[in-house]
Design a protein around this ligand. Structure first.
Ligand code: F0G
Length: 467
């Protein structure tokens, strides 16, 4: 593998630079656009089952599929990683043997039959990226970008985060022996995530601002100090985050679902998955690409506003949602995500706090669980089905981005019926109130009296199991 196999291309003005010429804020000096990683084979297109193209310097699709599967039984760390197993399509590091890995990826694809029924479709899967080592999809991007930082000799890495990026960065930095600085908004971050940054030894700075304010301050710091920026403006993050697309179709025996539904915050993940599908298509690994739809919380919906605006103008918002992971008003990668929606076909929807909570409880009730930001996908799916943007027979995959334990306070508040304000409860229809009541499972506190325990159990056991 050879580093000259990749360059960086501005996604706005298309200027191409070498990896060493990129500035510390990962912005194009001409137009301030974001870069994407391009390879010798990036723009080479060949139909499925065509012989290997010499310009692509890659084996043919069937050889790649075989190789990736073979690596699963290897004892090498890079082969056990569900990111580096696909390293042929992300040749970004000097020495692949020295990548920083926690054996990320290889996440399960679960079927959700009851959620499918509730949403009005026949077939629903969830790719659970919360089953990564630090509990979120960020690990797949972090192993990639942090490996680049380590191999380029940086001592310090930093990110601004709503919590998951910081947890992932802190863990991977600790593995590599690098020092990490985390900027997070004070208050609006789930405790599980904050505790991880501390546990993994990051210098954790809570700024009295929101995520967008943290990004601004960090942007100034990276220009002054030799700190490697690990926010998703760093294009190497997206190279790792594209690999769940490969893994998903591999898990589906190389069949392509019709529709992928992704939560949208800073909007890099939807862009990364789109890149993964487009590259697989270009290389002849899949015969077509799926549609990708992005779902935002109503209180943090700049992409949704852009999507429904006939002039297509992006206006940042002041974000507020209990799904703190996506509490972002000025998303850095919005142009990349918008291009994916336009290129692959797909929609953008917004969902309310009540819809998010209901969807989270429904996913939990299937024994899968996820954090609130991930549940926007199911809530959005219901809307897309109601709008006939997704039809009953289409195969849909939800990207669940974070583990349920990331934000256990949210779950506890929901089940104790302490999550919604009175005004939010008043907005629920009688049917929705019934749905919530059926899903809520608050803990029952009892005296340690066996007769009382038996009576209580009997009253519950006599109730029918909800459909
Ligand atoms: N879901 C979860 C659980 C997240 O943590 C994030 C983003 C997203 C969805 C949205 O992904 O930003 O690529 O559109 N979390 C970032 C963080 C911003 O700092 O952890 P996106």
């Amino acid at each position: 593998m050879n580093v000259a196999t990749h360059h960086l291309r501005c996604t706005e003005c298309a200027a191409v630079i070498t990896k060493d010429d990129v500035s510390s804020n990962f912005r194009c000096p001409q137009c301030k656009g974001l870069y994407e990683v391009v390879y010798a084979w990036s723009d080479v297109k060949h139909p499925p089952n065509a012989p290997a193209d010499p310009a692509s310097r890659l084996p043919n699709p069937s050889a790649l599929r075989w190789l990736w599967q073979e690596r699963r039984s290897s004892s090498l760390a890079i082969d056990q990683s569900g990111v580096w197993r696909f390293r042929d399509l992300l040749p970004i590091v000097e020495d692949p043997e020295k990548v920083v890995t926690l054996r990320e990826g290889n996440t399960p694809l679960y079927d959700l039959p009851r959620c499918a029924k509730g949403a009005g479709i026949d077939w629903l899967l969830a790719k659970h990226q919360g089953m990564n080592p630090t509990g979120s999809f960020k690990d797949t991007g972090m192993t990639a970008a942090l490996s680049v930082a380590a191999q380029r000799g940086f001592e310090w890495v930093a990110c601004a985060s709503t919590g998951n990026t910081s947890a992932a960065m802190a863990a991977y930095a600790a593995r590599a022996g690098l020092r990490s600085i985390v900027f997070i908004p004070e208050g609006k971050i789930a405790w599980g995530k904050l505790s991880q940054a501390m546990d993994y030894g990051a210098l954790t700075i809570q700024l009295k601002t929101d995520f967008d304010g943290c990004v601004k301050i960090l942007g100034e710091l990276v220009q002054k100090f030799p700190i490697y920026l690990l926010n998703s403006v760093n294009p190497y993050r997206l190279e790792g985050q594209k690999t769940p697309a490969f893994e998903m179709v591999e898990q589906m025996d190389w069949q392509v679902p019709e529709h992928i539904v992704v939560p949208g915050g800073n909007l890099a993940n939807s862009a990364a998955l789109g890149k993964g599908f487009v590259e697989m298509h270009q290389l002849g690994l899949i015969p077509r690409t799926p549609k990708i739809s992005v779902i935002q919380a109503e209180g943090a919906n700049p992409l949704y506003r852009w999507f429904i605006d006939s002039n297509r103008v992006m206006k940042p918002v002041t974000a507020d949602t209990r799904a703190t992971a996506i509490r972002i008003g000025n998303p850095a990668s919005w142009r990349k995500a918008a291009a994916v929606i336009d290129e692959l076909g797909g929609w953008c929807e917004q969902v309310s706090e009540q819809e998010i909570a209901l969807a989270k409880a429904e996913i939990g009730a299937e024994g899968v669980g996820c954090e609130p930001a991930s549940a926007v996908t199911l809530a959005g799916l219901k809307k897309l089905v109601a709008l006939s943007k997704i039809t009953r027979e289409e195969r849909v995959v939800l990207i669940l981005t974070g583990h349920t334990l990331k934000d256990s306070q949210y779950t506890i508040d929901y089940h104790r019926n302490e999550l919604f304000t009175a005004a939010e409860t008043a907005q629920l229809t009688p049917a929705q109130l019934v749905q919530h009541a059926a899903l809520r499972k608050p803990p029952i506190v009892l005296e340690a009296d066996s007769a009382l325990v038996i009576r209580t159990l009997e009253s519950h056991m006599n109730q029918p199991q909800p459909a």
